[in-house]
Write a protein that binds this ligand. Structure first.
Ligand SMILES: [Zn+2]
Length: 496
């Protein structure tokens, strides 16, 4: 037993090192790697993924986990959870033949470069075959992993959100649709004021202000770094090395600001994980849904609140002098402007879930073989028209706008919508315990960071999302809080 525990820790250390190297490579591929060097890096990613696969599926490691599993009652809380998770992973990994795993790892590393080029060139054909292969692999792997799930989409959903099923999501989305679409209609009838925030701002100024925002929210830049990428993301190597990216656009400074606030939410989560989880496989945020709840909480609930801006509007004016001519009230209304649009990452808080619904339905259709890859651009347009009333004229602004599928992340999108729902539910509890408005106005953001740290962040993967939500809010996921939050907010802003 002691011997096995020692071996286990050694192997985990090795696994974490390979994972760390993979993270750095992935980061490099998406931020600074030269175009012509990407193929080689993709091969290194493939090779290292293979090494990790070999380690996790080796007989020695498997036996070790097996023995520890038999003695699970003798382990501490952290070890118990690690063994449970690993036993599950090993079982899943073993079902995938090694050559398929390596081929798939290389495929997704390569496809991200292809997607990027295809998107710039608005050339779906260029991307289509790689996407097709990714979908085929996803279906193949889901078939390997299928147990008693009703369909293959339920199988892959579990990778992102344990306990989530197509049945539950269908109900969740139909509830949102029922409430959001009529609200959207009322808002459209009211109309929007003229936009004033799309003004040229030097990238250098934007970078400085975004850095300020990150620090203001509580992100520790001694243990983290920011860079630029086509698609913003956050990655953690350890809690002392958390990396955020932003995309800057000269004529739209608000875009980078809200994407920075979003990624900072992810980053703060990673930086607040308990020290005694470091070096274990539990040392990163929980499910995708709970992770997105934190980023969306920061981005929308805090970042689009008037109290938040009251305290830093002067600072914002220093970097964006055009704001001097815009009142805080008008600024607040514009950052909460509701307007159906083409791009998910630019979508307002209210229509955002409808963008997710488009992707959810396509993913579900692909996994059940009801949709054909060739038809995706057309289907995309139809669904956008149906839910949002807008139709993209290019595939770059349509089916190719997101990196997720190119990165193999089919089944991820629902987490964004679930994240918003978790966030509203958590906020409802937070308001009862601390004076959020006052904290925002006085700039004591650390109090919010601490609250989230103690209730959610510190646990990393030690607790499952349903358990955390129940502990923090006293009940299971209840989309009513999200719907009420949206209704209340927009009724006020639009005077409905
Ligand atoms: Zn996110």
């Amino acid at each position: 037993m002691e011997k096995n525990l020692k071996l286990f820790r050694e192997k985990i250390r090795e696994k974490k090192m390979i994972e760390g190297a993979l993270e750095v490579l992935q980061w490099d591929l998406e931020t600074v790697a030269p175009k012509k060097g990407k193929e080689n890096l993709a091969q290194i990613v493939g090779y290292l993924s293979m090494k990790e696969y070999e380690l996790t599926t080796s007989k020695e490691f498997e036996d070790c986990v097996e023995i520890l599993k038999e003695n699970i009652e003798k382990l501490n809380e952290i070890e118990k959870k690690e063994i449970e998770e690993l036993a599950e992973d090993i079982e899943k990994m073993k079902k995938i033949p090694p050559y398929e795993y390596q081929d798939y790892s290389e495929l997704i590393a390569r496809t991200q470069g292809i997607w990027e080029e295809a998107k710039i060139e608005n050339n779906y054909e260029k991307y289509r075959d790689s996407l097709k292969k990714i979908v085929e692999y996803t279906i193949k792997f889901a078939n390997y992993h299928k147990k008693d799930e009703k369909n293959l989409y339920d199988v892959i959903l579990k990778d992102y959100e344990k306990g989530m099923t197509t049945e539950k999501l269908d109900e969740f989305f139909s509830m949102l649709k029922k409430e959001i679409v009529p609200l959207l209609k009322k808002i459209k009838e009211k109309g929007n004021p003229k936009k004033q925030l799309l003004q040229k701002t030097k990238i250098e100024n934007q970078k400085k202000f975004n850095r300020f925002i990150g620090e203001y929210l509580g992100f520790d830049f001694d243990r983290g770094v920011g860079a630029e990428s086509e698609h913003p993301f956050t990655m953690n190597i350890t809690k002392n090395d958390v990396r955020l990216t932003t995309k800057y656009m000269e004529d739209n400074p608000m875009s980078a600001i809200f994407s920075t606030i979003h990624e900072t939410g992810h980053g703060i989560y990673e930086q607040q994980i308990r020290d005694n989880l470091q070096g274990t496989i539990l040392a990163s945020g929980g499910s995708m849904g709970i992770h997105e709840s934190q980023s969306r909480f920061y981005e929308n609930i805090l970042g689009r609140d008037i109290h938040f801006w009251k305290n830093i509007y002067k600072k914002a004016q220093e970097f964006m002098p055009f704001l001097e001519k815009i009142s805080l009230e008008d600024f607040y209304k514009e950052i909460n402007l509701v307007e159906p649009s083409l791009i998910r990452t630019e979508a307002d808080e209210l229509t955002y879930s409808l963008h997710i619904m488009v992707r959810y339905e396509i993913e579900k259709g692909l996994l059940t073989n009801e949709l054909n890859i060739d038809d995706l651009p057309k289907i995309w347009k139809e669904k956008m028209n149906e839910y949002l009333g807008v139709i993209p004229t290019t595939d770059s602004e349509g089916i190719m706008q997101d990196v997720h599928w190119a990165a193999g992340l089919i089944g991820y999108f629902p987490s964004y919508a679930l994240g918003s729902a978790y966030a509203a539910q958590i906020y409802n509890t937070m308001k009862k315990e601390i004076d959020v408005d006052n904290i925002l106005e006085t700039g004591e953001l650390f109090k919010i960071k601490e609250w989230l740290g103690n209730k959610i962040h510190k646990y990393g993967k030690l607790k499952e999302t349903p358990e955390i939500i129940k502990e923090v809010t006293g009940e299971e996921l209840n989309p009513r809080y999200y719907i009420e939050y949206l209704k209340e907010k927009y009724t006020k802003i639009y005077n409905l």
